[in-house]
Design a protein around this ligand. Sequence first.
Ligand code: ZN
Length: 256
Amino acid sequence: MNIIDDVEEAAAQLGALLKASTRLAVLTGAGASAASGVPTYRGAGGQWTRYDPAKYASIDFFRKDPSYYWSFFRDERYPALAKAGPNPVHEALAELERIGKLSTLVTQNIDGLHQAGGSKRVLEVHGNSRRFVCQACNAVHDFERVRALIDDQIPPACPDCGEQELRPDVVLFGEALPHDVLTAAFEEMSVADMIVVVGSSLVVHPAASLPLAGVQAGAKLIIMNIDPTPMDGIAQLVIRAPADKVLPAAVERVKG
Ligand code: ZN
């Protein structure tokens, strides 16, 4: 196992590997958004304290009491997401897509920051908390529009059909992952020649099984995560340096 913690050395090795890749798939997790300051409910106690993740992130509780989620969204999630912008990780991955070097971007994140950073095609296996869908008429509404609605009433009424049936387009605890997105993600991983994991600890499904599907089909695996992961042993290269430093420098080498 080749473990590197030096930014320059990591960028040099990663850059060379990326340059040689002909079909690159990238999987991102919470660590990719760390430099954007997006609070999460995972990790040491979570950063949101006034609301209980067992409630606001659970489908059973959402069905019972949607107002709880909407209060959480209005008071904590919206202000946090509205402040968070794309960081150099998001921008570097968007650049790889632009220059035709990235075939697939799969993310566990629900913060929408890959698109904000310029990525066009993103497979979001846990959904996107900047997007809302009406369970009555299937209309999709964006973040700012829904924010304006909840000034008037909670739960908000759908601007299209008037029903109070909006929900976040995210996978809540107790729900299955979106089948079509997951299937596409597995297919893309299994035809990649190289998989780069950025900022995922690779412990929860599908994060762990996606790269494994690629490795079993013959792809090289590169893991960029600040802490060890259970898959480090099968990786060609393990980078334990900040992704927001390493990735942009590696992309410059691909272009140079
Ligand atoms: Zn509707």
